[in-house]
Design a protein around this ligand. Structure first.
Ligand code: GLA
Length: 395
């Protein structure tokens, strides 16, 4: 990976021209945001409700049609200049590195019957920390899918783009993810978060009125190993829990159809302690999401913050996806002046946490948490404040 600078769309466009040359047909530019999940973790694949927001950190895509059927991919930061042909049969290959995300999208779009009249050149650059838990990969998939959609005028809806991104993760990348990341990145609106019902795949925009508070993103900068396989393992543990309940006559189609009261009644059917705790997390987290949205609507930010802490604890103790780095960030954050809530965000096993912090205290907060984190973990984390952004768009 090359040295990281903050990239602007102008810079990317200039680099595109240097790389692929000037010519008459227009270069199109797209911005695709990262996301935080405010609350509702690991329940999108259990028919739950989740509450993410797109944020003002972007991946940019520059694209231009070619006169032949070739495809060129380049990334400003990642090594690798990849050339394919639009008529190729795209399959995952380890050596194709980041190009797999793009080929995955192309394979799905083609499978849905869309026909490319030509190839194209692409240059990508991202300000989203990679593998950092704020969905750098979905920003890439959805940003690229939207860029292709607009360039070739396919008229694919934003929801379809999200579903294709998810399908590509499942079939091409072998990660059994839920729909949350792709959906929020494809459909977000500025100044809102989205209450996404993952059972019906419908959403409600909720104004993100944080008053004097701001979300601070805290990156563990931990190298994530085996995160995908642990993710798939959690998912299959949930499937086991659901099967046990159904075999015992509990009439539910997914874990999040179970209320907290029902769980108290039927939970004892699950004898395996690990599976029991996984299910308890899903059921209680789903309730916390609804309570958090209600708290936000009532402008009760202290209650929202309390639910963030509770969510983290459940992910730590019941779902076991946090680890020392994320736990340290949450613990240290919770002791700082002006912080009213903190939790891990995204898949976990490293990646990022978020904290809700008074706007006048964010600088001191970042300084103190950085110091403490470095002392305990042995290397620095990454920190920035963010605000809510719209979804993927043409510039
Ligand atoms: C990853 C997945 C999402 C979701 C989160 C955990 O980000 O892509 O679908 O499951 O983890 O909430």
């Amino acid at each position: 990976m090359k040295e990281k600078i903050t990239v602007t769309p102008e810079l990317l466009k200039n680099e595109f021209i240097k790389l692929y040359g000037e010519n008459s047909s227009a270069i199109k530019m797209f911005a695709s945001p990262a996301r935080i999940n405010i609350i509702g973790e690991h329940i999108d694949y259990n028919g739950g409700k989740v509450f993410p927001a797109a944020i003002d950190k972007y991946l940019y895509v520059a694209i231009r049609k070619r006169n032949d059927t070739l495809i060129n991919y380049n990334d400003l930061f990642f090594d690798g200049n990849f050339t394919f042909d639009i008529n190729d049969n795209f399959v995952y290959k380890k050596e194709n590195d980041y190009a797999n995300f793009l080929n995955g999208i192309l394979s799905i779009i083609k499978r849905h019957g869309y026909v490319f009249e030509s190839g194209f050149d692409v240059l990508i650059a991202s300000n989203v920390p990679s593998a950092g838990g704020i969905s750098s990969s979905s920003a890439l998939e959805c940003g690229f899918a939207w860029a292709v959609n607009q360039t070739f005028e396919f008229n694919i809806s934003r929801k379809e783009i999200a579903l294709m991104g998810q399908q590509s993760e499942h079939e091409f990348m072998n990660v059994n993810c839920g729909i949350m990341d792709q959906y929020i990145i494809a459909t977000a609106q500025e100044n809102t978060a989205e209450l996404l019902d993952c059972a019906s795949i419908t959403h409600e925009f909720v104004p993100l009125n944080l008053g004097d508070y701001r979300f601070v993103v805290m990156n563990t900068k931990k190298q994530r190993k085996l995160a995908d396989s642990k993710y798939n393992e959690r998912r299959s543990q949930c499937e086991q829990g659901l099967a046990i309940l159904q075999q015992n006559g509990v009439d539910i189609k997914d874990l999040c159809s179970l209320s907290v009261e029902d769980f108290e009644k039927y939970g004892s059917f699950i004898k395996d302690d690990v599976i029991y705790r996984r299910v308890r997390h899903c059921v209680t987290e789903n309730k916390r999401v609804l309570d958090a949205v209600e708290a936000l609507k009532q402008n009760d930010l202290v209650q929202l913050g309390k639910l963030l802490y509770e969510s983290h604890d459940s992910l730590k103790n019941d779902y076991e996806v946090t680890g020392i780095e994320l736990d340290t960030l949450k613990e240290v954050a919770s002791k700082q002046d002006g912080c009213i809530g903190a939790r891990m965000t995204g898949a976990g096993f490293g990646g990022c946490a978020i904290a809700l912090v008074h706007k006048d205290k964010t600088d001191a907060f970042i300084k103190n948490v950085q110091e403490e984190y470095t002392k305990i973990i042995g290397y620095e984390g990454g920190f920035f404040t963010c605000s809510s952004s719209e979804g993927v768009r043409e510039l």
